[in-house]
Design a protein around this ligand. Structure first.
Ligand SMILES: *Cc1c(COP(=O)(O)O)cnc(C)c1O
Length: 421
């Protein structure tokens, strides 16, 4: 038995990994690069590159507008039905459209319209800032209602109890990011949804950091509404269209606030009045980004093939392993763990803080060929995408971080911020 903080131990864990062959389905352009940012942008599946190429040259190039009927028209539903399998939903409850932010606005507005006599959207300050801006806009646009933001005291755990206590007859909507982008804290979706329903409120979950990384059971949890991203753990490509979920029995009750022809019943009738399409399709607005959609299928199919149970088991093993390496190699150097230790409360990234986190992240990306991401003020997030991340990548990433601090390489970097990390 090797000591845990050795490369040989990491390699033995990779040898025993039942999912190890999935890595070869992805483009690995630089074998020395330690990529720990799959929670922000997943790797390119080889088959996605082929499908995009084919969609451009064979369909767009040769079939022109015939491509709509032959291939593109129902992509939003078809991909939605595949993603439904990953989130515990029915095939006709999920559809691809727009971006996560836009979908959040559409569903929050629809929920507010369905609860006209309640004044508040409830959320917390661990929510993604963009989600807070969007929820604010939706509240203001809906007869001046308000967004109430509860505080997480430690900025790691979601304030579940406080949120439950704050739910009341003024709450129209409880909207939370299921796996928190900063700390990877995972909300108890079923418990929070039950409390919201007891108060008469609807729930809207952002699954961006959850889909493809943690077990999700939207139907089993009674969730009303959800949105999520396809370019993170689903590996759908930069800016790929997002998905939205509306529970079946709510679909004909709720209205898309941005009525457009793609969401109209009989879209080619071109009548003057808007008549919403039955079911989930009413949440479409305009023509989808077809090229963006074409990049999504390969990544989703790989996740389905690997299976969420196996992926989640590997993700838990890998985040536990990373935390064990942190204790032995990084904690003595001034790093602190900013993610939950309980496996069932942690998503697939691990956050470490350090007083000089910004400088350390700079050296890692510019000199050490490690890509983590930095989140202000002092967090380094290490994202694990179990479909392609190896135990050895985790070991090597931690080892390079250790050497940056041990050798003081970060001490020459001036403080600053900017750019996408
Ligand atoms: C990544 C992410 C988004 C991204 O939204 P876009 O509209 O694609 O920019 C939104 N919310 C959360 C919680 C995210 O993690």
């Amino acid at each position: 038995m090797n000591a845990i903080d050795t490369r040989a131990h990491a390699q033995s864990l990779d040898q025993a990994d039942p999912l190890k062959d999935f890595r070869s389905a992805f483009v690995i352009a630089d074998s020395d690069l330690i990529y720990l940012d799959g929670n922000s942008l997943g790797r390119l599946p080889k088959r996605a590159a082929e499908q995009l190429q084919n969609g451009i040259e064979a369909t767009w190039g040769k079939r022109l507008i015939r491509g709509w009927n032959e291939a593109w028209m129902y992509l939003p539903e078809q991909l939605g039905a595949r993603i439904a399998k990953l989130i515990g939903a029915q095939p006709d409850e999920v559809i691809l459209a727009d971006s996560t932010s836009v979908n959040l606005f559409k569903l929050a507005s629809a929920a507010l319209a369905a609860r006209p006599n309640r004044q508040e959207i409830l959320t917390d300050d661990l929510n993604f800032p963009s989600d807070l801006y969007v929820l604010d806009s939706a509240a203001q646009a809906s007869s001046g209602r308000r967004l109430r933001i509860l505080e997480s005291i430690d900025q790691v755990y979601g304030p579940e109890l406080q949120l439950q206590q704050a739910l009341g007859d003024q709450t129209a909507l409880l909207s939370l990011t299921h796996t928190v982008f900063k700390s990877a804290f995972v909300y108890d979706m079923a418990g929070m949804t039950r409390s919201a329903h007891e108060a008469g409120a609807l729930t809207l979950w952002d699954l961006s950091h959850s889909v493809g990384s943690v077990d999700l059971d939207l139907n089993g949890s009674g969730a009303d509404l959800a949105v999520g991203c396809t370019y993170k753990y689903l590996n759908g490509g930069p800016g790929a269209p997002a998905f939205l979920y509306v529970r079946r029995d709510l679909q004909d009750e709720l209205l898309n606030p941005i009525s457009g022809w793609m969401g109209r019943d009989d879209m080619f009738g071109f009548q003057r009045d808007f008549e919403p399409h039955a079911g989930i399709r009413r949440f479409l607005t305009g023509t989808p980004s077809v090229l963006g959609l074409l990049g999504i299928e390969a990544g989703v199919e790989l996740i389905l093939e690997a299976g969420m149970d196996a992926l989640r088991a590997k993700s838990v093993a890998q985040t536990e392993y990373l935390i064990a390496l942190f204790e032995s190699m990084l904690e003595p150097l001034g790093f602190h763990l900013k993610s939950p230790r309980e496996n069932d409360r942690r998503g697939s990234h691990v956050t470490l803080s350090h007083d000089l986190a910004w400088q350390i992240a700079q050296v890692l990306t510019q000199k050490m060929n490690v890509i983590p991401d930095f989140r202000a003020p002092d967090n380094i997030r290490l994202g694990i995408a179990p479909i392609y991340t190896r135990f050895e990548d985790i070991y090597e990433g931690v080892r390079r971080m250790q050497s940056v601090v041990e050798n003081g390489l970060h001490l020459d970097v001036p403080a600053g911020a900017g750019g996408v990390t």
